[in-house]
Design a binder for this molecule. Structure first.
Ligand SMILES: Nc1ncnc2c1ncn2[C@@H]1O[C@H](COP(=O)(O)OP(=O)(O)OP(=O)(O)O)[C@@H](O)[C@H]1O
Length: 586
């Protein structure tokens, strides 16, 4: 299986194909349809049996068997309807599960800038409200043909009873159809608007929750509440328009039905008086007419619900059509072997402009980081240091130029393989909502033994902190139990220590460490740098003094590179940066 594409090399799943989704369980679907058909047929038999009972009653014939048959048909219809409904619900739930997992899986594989541009709330709306709207397509898509079949079958029986009354009924229903179609046409645009507004409010709400500390600290609750209320107002207005359209459907259906009823009663009355229609047939006809009412209603609401499902399908399709970050069309299938003598990372004339920005964050930068040892990237805020680090892990791709990792262009590495070679500690020292043990072992192919975990925790000085957690290493982190900023930072370092990566990227790793831990951190870096390449972005120059190689950046360019003493001597901006720090030059 060596020529199989790697796990992350996959194309965008593409459009949601409702028909294919609905027919993934053909046996169960057929069973549900057959049961629904039996239920409909049993319900259709009831008026005919009533007609027969009335005729037998008038002729003083025994009623027993027909009454029993009528009871059996009524109960059988109800039971088969319930069973069919359950089977359809099961199909619907499975379809929703598949869609949700596909959407979540695809979202996790989107390029970072694309996922960020979509927004957390918007993306969440796809697996919540949109998935629910899509789920109702299962009922609708079976409800529509069944309702059509019921109406058609009923009309046929009605023709058989009396074709004149049937003609009157069809004309009345035609009026109803025109009314309903007029409403349904406007439905889809409205549902799209509603779902956009749902996405917008989720997005706003999530963003505000993420910034809750800042909101509270600056007493910005009223301002945040106002922006949220504006989003809620937008949703209210568009939902109200939808409710207005929806509210038109039942009266349209009832108007059409009443129109049919009046027309049939008048025509039937006249034909009864003329003797061209008997009472039993007229009663049966009226029962059939009454029986079509729910089916006609189901047809009308079914069409409007279908519009909602189609709108949700389009929104999910749009997300699923976004290209994943690792596309088989531009991702190699086999991992290259690292070149033994090659540097860990080489940037050659690399430029990068963030999406939506006109100003390049990197302007043709070139630098080399050795295969082992500590490389520090320094420079004022906004120099492009984090952007450079993101390019190494291929979170983003250069606009021009090339980046080589372990002797091979990053484009020639399958993404999984590339990232397996790199440990990345971000500025937020992110921990997943998982246990401390799982957090420590993130990205490892094999589980770390107890000794390895203990050694890593000891190295970063976290042994006591983790022991104090309610369930030690097995404490779930993120909600009730959490760690301080500095502890998180050290967890992220322990994770890097435990990884098998050849390259360790650290973005501002000392910002939340106290003096003791900062000292400990330098020891860890030296330890790591003995066998691996450590590339560290740092504002604190206490770290940088011990680096083997320092890259000085400013405004998206590399101003100079060399060791600390050399740069101190020849690079004025570097000297200024050093003298602005509390750490004195050696
Ligand atoms: N997602 C983004 N979209 C648009 N522009 C961005 C984005 N991220 C960064 N930038 C811009 O790119 C430039 C480089 O940013 P970068 O974060 O790489 O700088 P830095 O040197 O790491 O800064 P700091 O030390 O403050 O973290 C900045 O001008 C910044 O405004």
């Amino acid at each position: 299986m060596a020529d199989q594409p790697p796990r992350t090399a996959r194309r965008a799943p593409g459009r949601v194909r409702l028909r294919r989704e609905l027919t993934t369980e053909p046996g169960r679907l057929l069973c549900a349809l057959l049961l629904a058909l039996v239920s409909t047929a049993a319900a259709l038999a009831v008026p005919l049996l009533v007609q027969k009972i009335i005729t037998d009653f008038s002729a003083h014939r025994p009623l027993g068997p027909d009454v029993l048959l009528m009871c059996a048909a009524t109960i059988g219809s109800a039971l088969t309807q319930a069973l069919s409904g359950f089977l359809l619900a099961r199909i619907g739930e499975r379809m929703t599960y598949r869609l949700r997992t596909r959407i979540m899986d695809h979202t996790l594989r989107l390029p970072l800038p694309v996922a960020r541009a979509q927004g957390t709330g918007e993306l969440t709306a796809r697996i919540t409200s949109d998935a629910l709207l899509l789920r109702q397509a299962v009922e609708v898509i079976t409800q529509l043909p069944l309702a059509t079949l019921t109406v058609a079958a009923t009309l046929l029986v009605m023709v058989w009873i009396d074709w004149v009354l049937t003609l009157v009924t069809v004309v009345a229903f035609a009026v109803l159809t025109v009314l309903v179609l007029l409403v349904v046409r406007r439905m889809k645009a409205n549902v799209n608007g509603q779902q956009d507004a749902v996405g917008h409010i989720s997005q706003r709400f999530t963003a505000n929750l993420e910034a809750l500390t800042t909101i509270k600290a600056y007493r910005a609750e009223p301002m945040a509440a106002r922006t949220l209320a504006a989003a809620a107002e937008r949703l209210r207005a568009v939902s109200l328009e939808g409710a207005r359209l929806n509210a038109l459907i039942p009266p349209a259906v009832s108007l059409g039905n009443q129109f049919a009823m009046i027309a049939v009663i008048l025509t039937g009355g006249a034909r009864l008086a003329a003797g061209s229609l008997d009472v039993a047939a007229f009663a049966a006809f009226l029962l059939y007419l009454l029986q079509t009412v729910p089916s006609i209603g189901a047809l009308a609401t079914g069409f409007s619900r279908l519009q909602a499902s189609l709108a949700a399908r389009d929104r999910c399709s749009a997300l699923l059509s976004l290209a994943p970050e690792s596309d088989p069309r531009d991702t190699p299938r086999t991992a290259p072997t690292p070149r033994p003598q090659a540097p860990s990372v080489v940037f050659r004339k690399v430029s990068y402009t963030h999406t939506g920005s006109d100003d390049p964050a990197l302007r043709g930068i070139s630098f080399t980081a050795a295969r082992t040892g500590l490389t520090a990237v320094v420079g004022p805020s906004g120099a492009g240091k984090s952007t450079a680090l993101s390019l190494i892990d291929r979170f983003i791709r250069p606009t021009s130029g090339s980046i080589t990792v372990l002797g091979h262009d990053t484009r020639h590495w399958p993404l999984d393989e590339l990232r397996a070679r790199i440990a990345y500690v971000d500025q937020a020292f992110t921990l997943l909502e998982a246990t401390a043990r799982e957090n420590l072992q993130l990205g490892r192919e094999r589980h770390a033994g107890a000794d390895e975990l203990a050694a890593a925790l000891d190295a970063v000085g976290l042994t006591d902190d983790i022991t104090r957690l309610p369930q030690g290493l097995d404490t779930p982190l993120g909600r009730e139990s959490d760690l301080s900023g500095g502890q998180r930072q050290r967890m992220a370092l322990a994770r890097a220590l435990l990884s098998d990566a050849d390259i360790v990227l650290l973005d501002e790793p000392t910002s939340q460490l106290d003096g003791i831990n900062e000292h400990r951190f330098r020891a860890i870096m030296e330890d790591l740098a003995a066998t691996r390449a450590v590339i560290v972005v740092a504002h604190r120059l206490s770290t940088v003094q011990h680096a083997h190689h320092v890259i000085m950046m400013n405004r998206g360019t590399v101003l100079d590179a060399g060791n600390h003493p050399t740069l101190l001597e020849r690079c004025t901006p570097y000297r200024d940066l050093v003298t602005s720090q509390t750490i004195p030059p050696p």
